[in-house]
Design a protein around this ligand. Structure first.
Ligand code: GLA
Length: 390
C-alpha cells in the first residue's frame, strides 16, 4: 500500500497555486502597532537565547518577515515555531504562538512540544511498537506504555540544518538514521516554513526513505489568538469540518472506530466556544481530560479551510488548511503553569489549544485507518497552512 494520501495530485497543486496567487493579490496593507503596555509579547525573542551548540551543531533563531508586517521566529532546534506576530482587530501585533525566550525553556517543557516539528510519528503508537511486513519494531515507551510524538528523542529535540531561502521562508532538513528511536530506514526530512504576504504560515513537509517505514509529521504549535499570556483559551470559538472522530481508550489509544460527532460535545461543525461543553459528563472528555482527539476531516483539499478559531478578545481568526486527513484538537489539558513562557507569562491550564494536522494516531497498528507507510522511491509530501486574519 502506498502512502497515496500524502501525494498531492497535479490538480491539487494547481488549485493550491491559484489559491496562493489569489491570496497574494489581496494581501492586506494594514497599519501595524506594537503594544508595550500589556503582559503579552509584542516582539520576537532575542536571538542570543537560541545561539548554542547542541549535539555538536549550532542552533540559532531565524526571523521571517512578510510585506504585511507580520513576523515569525523559528529555531533549528527541533524546527520549532517560536513566535508569530500578526495584527489584531486594532492592528496591534499579537504573538499568537506559545513558546520560550531560549532553548532551555523548550528543553525543560519538552513533553509539551510547544511549537515543535513532530516526527517520526506524530501522536501515539500503542504499546510502543508496530508491525511492518510481519516484522515487529520496538520503540521507546515515553507515554505510559505507549510511544508519543517520536519517542524518547523525537524530531522536536534534534538539531536540524537550516537554510534561510529568503526573508520570508526557511528550509530545515534532518536525516533520521535507520533505527533511530526504533524506526526502520534512513529518513531524509525537509520542512519549509513560509510566512506569506496574506499572514499565513505555510508548512511544507517532505520525506523519503531507503527502507519501508512509517511517517506522520506535524507541527505542535499552541495557539492563543488573544495573544500568548492573555489567559484562558476556552472562550475561543472553534469550527472543525469533521462529521466523525476517533474515540480513544483511557490511555488515549484509538479504539479503531470512527464515531459520529453529531449529538456529542465533539460536534464542532458549527462554531462553538471551546469551553462550552468541555466539562460535560462524557467518557471521551474524561479520558482526554478535555479535548485531545483526532477529528476525521471531511473530504477536502488545500484550497478550503478545514478548521477555524477566533480569539474572543483580539478578533484574530485562524484558518487551517491541510492535505492531511486528520486533525488532533488538543485543548492544553496537561498545561499546569509550570513553565515560564516568552515575556514571563506562565503556561496555565488550557490557556492555548493545538490543531495538529496529521494522519490518525496509531495508524500502523490500525488496519482500517489510512496508511502511513512510506516506501523507498516514494516521496512523502504534505502541506499545512495556518492563516490569520482579523
Ligand atoms: C498531543 C497529545 C496530548 C499531549 C500533547 C502534548 O496533543 O495527544 O495528549 O501529549 O500532545 O502535551
Amino acid at each position: 500500500m502506498q502512502n497515496t494520501l500524502k501525494k498531492p495530485t497535479l490538480a491539487l497543486t494547481i488549485a493550491g497555486s491559484i489559491f496562493f496567487a489569489a491570496c497574494n493579490q489581496s494581501a492586506p496593507k494594514s497599519t501595524i502597532m506594537r503594544d508595550s503596555t500589556s503582559t503579552k509579547t509584542t516582539a520576537l525573542p532575542a536571538a542570543t537565547g537560541f545561539e548554542q551548540t547542541i549535539d555538536g551543531k549550532k542552533t540559532e533563531l531565524y526571523v521571517l518577515k512578510n510585506k504585511s508586517g507580520a513576523e515569525a521566529a523559528i529555531t533549528n532546534y527541533g524546527a520549532h515555531l517560536v513566535s508569530l506576530l500578526v495584527p489584531d482587530k486594532n492592528g496591534k501585533l499579537t504573538d499568537v504562538i506559545l513558546g520560550f525566550d531560549d532553548i532551555a525553556g523548550f528543553q525543560k517543557a519538552g513533553g509539551a512540544y510547544y511549537g515543535a516539528t513532530i516526527g517520526r510519528y506524530g501522536n501515539r503508537l500503542a504499546k510502543a511498537k508496530f508491525i511492518l511486513d510481519g516484522k515487529e519494531y520496538k520503540l521507546f515507551a515515553n507515554n505510559g506504555p505507549n510511544t508519543l510524538h517520536g519517542g524518547k528523542k523525537g524530531f522536536d529535540s534534534m538539531v536540524w540544518d537550516a537554510k534561510q531561502i529568503d526573508s520570508s521562508s526557511i528550509e530545515l532538513t534532518y536525516l533520521s538514521k535507520d533505527m533511530e528511536e526504533g524506526f526502520p530506514g534512513n529518513l531524509k526530512v525537509k520542512v519549509v516554513y513560509t510566512l506569506t504576504d496574506d499572514n499565513a504560515v505555510k508548512i511544507t513537509y517532505e520525506a523519503s526513505t531507503d527502507k519501508k517505514t512509517v511517517v506522520n509529521l506535524t507541527n505542535h504549535s499552541y495557539f492563543n489568538l488573544n495573544g500568548q499570556g492573555s489567559g484562558t483559551a476556552l472562550n475561543h470559538v472553534v469550527q472543525i469540518d469533521a462529521d466523525g472522530y476517533t474515540p480513544v481508550d483511557s490511555i488515549l489509544i484509538p479504539t479503531g472506530k470512527i464515531e459520529p460527532v453529531k449529538g456529542t460535545p465533539f460536534d464542532f461543525t458549527t462554531a462553538t466556544a471551546i469551553g462550552a461543553r468541555i466539562e460535560t459528563a462524557n467518557e471521551q472528555l474524561k479520558f482526554g481530560k478535555g479535548y485531545d482527539h483526532n477529528f476525521v476531516l471531511k473530504k477536502h483539499d488545500i484550497s478550503t479551510p478545514i478548521a477555524n478559531a477566533v480569539g474572543d478578545k483580539s478578533g484574530i481568526k485562524l484558518e487551517v488548511f491541510t492535505e492531511e486527513p486528520g486533525l488532533q484538537f488538543y485543548t492544553g489539558n496537561f498545561m499546569n503553569g509550570s513553565n515560564t513562557l516568552k515575556g514571563g507569562a506562565k503556561d496555565e491550564h488550557r490557556t492555548a489549544f493545538a490543531m495538529e494536522t496529521q494522519h490518525y494516531p496509531d495508524s500502523p497498528n490500525q488496519p482500517s485507518f489510512p496508511s502511513t507507510m512510506l516506501k523507498p522511491g516514494a516521496v512523502y509530501k504534505t502541506v499545512t497552512i495556518y492563516k490569520f486574519s482579523k
